[in-house]
Design a protein around this ligand. Structure first.
Ligand code: AHG
Ligand code: MN
Ligand code: MN
Ligand code: MN
Length: 338
């Protein structure tokens, strides 16, 4: 018990790692922690309270919004608005960026991009869901409302990123660019406690995660790679195991702990891939690189892509370094014929 550290304590302890932020980043992470606890409480009773099912609207992605998508979005947004460090929020569930045009907001230094509830189609069937967040320092002048420029920064400018997984236990995993740390929620004391310090992903893995129902329209290189994973080659552990939950956060978390590759390539329904660069791919890319892995769109590093729009989608390959390199090799060697 004596060496148990809560997320709050850990953040204070690590504050020297980002001195220029002078406590602001710590305060921001604290508000994320609070919103996570509130959303966790609702998710835990999802089968009992009237919070499962569709909300009755569509988001800008053309997806049917679930009640918990809306709930989580409101809670995280409110937590950010209440802090004087945040000048604006962009979210999967908001058509446009939400700019905090108040005295505090205009003088705040950070923008947050988030997927308030990831894997929301899984909520009604009691399967793990998540929240993803990404934090940037604004580039527009302080004292004015945040601008699009603040939100459309490449992932390599992130100052922090993380996710919450509402799973068999609830965990918060984050990085500020000095490794990846995981905290498990202890509901009896209402605190996230350090359980996974300095998380790293194995360089090689034996799990591949992809929605194979879309196979027919995958790029040729991805089809060939999947067959490669299925070949019988005991010397290097093949055939690999296929695991796909359908919640990015959960698939990512498992693969980070065990070693593996998550793939969401272009498909018939999603010619540029389904996942969103700014609030799904970039934060996960920052985390995986900090854990020693890799994230690519098939040809280039995710975090080097210069975004052009808020809800931009991108093919996504993330996980163990050697597995990402392998699938890139297949994509290069087997280009699609035009
Ligand atoms: P969200 O619930 O935030 O819209 O994200 C859904 C994403 C991601 O969580 C998951 O990995 C992927 O969509 C699953 O897509 P498919 O159902 O097409 O496999
Ligand atoms: Mn969605
Ligand atoms: Mn998502
Ligand atoms: Mn979502």
């Amino acid at each position: 018990m004596s060496d148990m550290r809560t997320l709050g304590e850990f953040i204070v302890e690590k504050q020297h790692e980002y001195p220029s932020a002078s406590g602001e980043l710590s305060s921001l992470l604290s508000s994320i922690r609070l919103a996570a606890k509130i959303v966790n409480r609702e998710i835990n009773k999802a089968g009992l309270a009237d919070i499962t099912g569709a909300f009755g609207g569509e988001n800008v992605q053309g997806e049917e919004q679930q009640k918990l998508d809306v709930y989580a979005n409101e809670k995280f947004k409110a937590a950010m608005a209440a802090r004087d460090q945040v000048c604006g929020v962009a979210s999967e569930e908001e058509d446009d960026a939400v700019i905090f045009d108040t005295e505090l907001g205009r003088n705040a230094k950070y923008v947050i991009l988030m997927d308030p509830l990831d894997g929301s189609s899984n909520i009604d069937v009691n399967v793990s869901v998540g929240t993803i967040f990404s934090i940037y320092r604004r580039v527009s002048p302080i004292g004015q409302p945040a601008t699009m420029e603040d939100f459309l920064q490449p992932g390599n400018r992130q100052v922090a990123a993380g996710y919450i997984i509402y799973g068999s236990s609830t965990m918060l995993v984050y990085t500020t660019g000095n490794g990846v740390h995981g905290f498990t929620y202890d509901p009896s004391i209402g605190a996230f406690c350090l359980s996974h310090e300095n998380m790293t992903i194995p360089q090689d893995g034996k799990i591949y995660s992809i929605n194979e129902g879309n196979y027919i329209r995958f790029p040729l290189g991805v089809k060939k790679y999947i067959k490669y994973c299925q070949e019988n080659e005991p010397t290097d552990g093949r055939p690999y195991t296929s695991r796909y939950i359908g919640s990015l956060v959960s698939d990512f978390h498992r693969n980070m702990l065990k070693g593996g590759l998550y793939l969401y390539p272009s498909t018939a329904a999603y010619p540029s891939g389904k996942l969103r660069l700014l609030y799904e791919c970039n934060p996960m890319a920052f985390i995986i690189e900090q854990a020693g892995g890799k994230a690519s769109d098939g040809a280039q590093r995710i975090m080097d892509i210069k975004p052009t729009e808020l809800h931009q989608r991108v093919p996504f390959f993330v996980g163990s370094t050697h597995m990402v390199e392998k699938v890139e090799e297949f994509l290069e060697n087997f280009p699609d014929e035009e």
